[in-house]
Design a protein around this ligand. Structure first.
Ligand code: FES
Length: 372
């Protein structure tokens, strides 16, 4: 027997797409001309609210990442018909829209190969692995010497030749990648791992950074210039995209970065080294990284001596800065070896005091004074 549910007067559904909730179940009501239809309001991909999306011709577009479903049949867009959301029978009676809640067609999901980054992070045997991340930007046709890059090169070379580490360097300026598009701001669950942009855009090259950080490296040496008292804009472009790594801790209690060590090389034309380092340490600490003792080296010029044309020379000729960069690499590699020997990092976290965790009230909690 049909279970007809009154959704209200048809005038309520004058727009191409209207979200409706019956009990706890979400639906999307579509209008194409005079035709009203009802689909499930839950997207097949990551549960996005279809009723809050938009229409593109005959198709409903999910507001989270753009998957499309036919507004009448619920079938996926051409080529993806196997990804179908339920559609339901409707009728209009006395100016009201009724839907048969028992008539839903099956939800079907097409086969999607998991993204390569989605595999479980497992450290393969081998020596300590160091990735150098250069965040400075420059005109590639007219390259200049970067002091942060130069010290990064000193540090990674030392890690390879003197410390026995495997090394690779990623220069953000050589990658093409999109800015974070704020999926988290739509819903925490719209910010997916792997990153939604990485899954949608095969031309986006930040997958190389994710691969190195999550699956390959034990040590990250991050080098940045100071730009107006902060790390470089490319650094921030990268870390905004790394929200998906942190968000897995928040929404799934899943720590992707375990036994990872981060150290920093910061050079600039004015001071503010400690604030730049503090901001970088807060971010990398919050995504699960550890730090060696004395986790950054820095150099700054330009506040009282605006002779930046001599800055490169002074850095390149400084044996002390070179030695400092080498010892930074050594401290980071030593810390990584100690962590790997203990395999100490947690895969999950105690949730109390963590972001987005609702605290239950428990009068009997051991170790706490009784509530007044
Ligand atoms: S496209 Fe709908 S949840 Fe991702």
């Amino acid at each position: 027997m049909p279970t007809w549910q009154d959704l209200g007067p048809v005038e309520r559904f004058s727009r191409p797409l209207t979200p409706v909730t019956v009990g706890k179940t979400r639906y999307a009501v579509t209008r194409q001309g005079d035709r009203l239809s009802v689909l499930s309001g839950v997207c097949n991909h990551a549960g996005g609210p279809l009723g809050e999306g938009r229409c593109d011709g005959e198709y409903v577009v999910c507001p989270w990442h753009g998957w499309k479903y036919h507004g009448v049949t619920g079938l996926g867009e051409p080529g993806f018909e196997a990804d179908a959301v339920p559609s339901l029978q409707v009728r209009v009676e006395s100016g009201r829209l009724l839907v048969d809640l028992d008539s839903a067609t099956p939800r079907t999901k097409g086969h999607h190969d998991p993204h390569p980054l989605a595999r479980k992070p497992e450290r393969a045997p081998g020596p300590v692995r160091v990735v150098g991340i250069s965040t400075t930007n420059m005109d590639r046709k007219n390259p200049r010497t970067s002091t942060s890059d130069a010290l990064l090169e000193v540090a990674t070379s030392h890690a390879q030749t003197a410390l026995g580490a495997e090394t690779r360097t990623i220069r953000l300026a050589e990658l093409t990648f999109r800015h974070c598009e704020g999926y988290y701001s739509k819903s925490a669950r719209a910010c997916t791992w792997p990153c939604s942009i990485t899954q949608m855009d095969p031309d986006d090259q930040l997958d190389r950074v994710y691969e190195a950080l999550v699956h390959w490296a034990d040590v990250y040496l991050v080098a940045t210039p100071i730009r107006w008292g902060a790390a470089s804009s490319l650094y921030f472009k990268m870390v905004e995209r790394m929200n998906c790594i942190q968000n897995q801790v928040t929404i799934a209690n899943r720590v992707l970065l375990r036994n990872k060590v981060t150290a920093f090389i910061i050079t600039g034309g004015q001071d503010n080294v400690q604030a730049v380092a503090g901001s970088m340490m807060a971010f990398f600490g919050e995504i699960g990284c550890q730090f060696p003792p004395f986790p950054f080296v820095a150099h700054s010029r330009g506040w009282s001596a605006e002779d930046m044309e001599r800055n490169v020379e002074s850095v390149m000729k400084s044996a002390e800065l070179r030695e400092g960069a080498q010892m930074l690499a050594a401290r980071a590699v030593d810390t990584a070896r100690a962590l790997l020997a203990k395999a100490a990092a947690p895969g999950e976290l105690a949730r109390g005091g963590r972001k987005a965790h609702a605290l239950p009230i428990d009068d009997g909690a051991p170790g706490l004074p009784p509530r007044e």
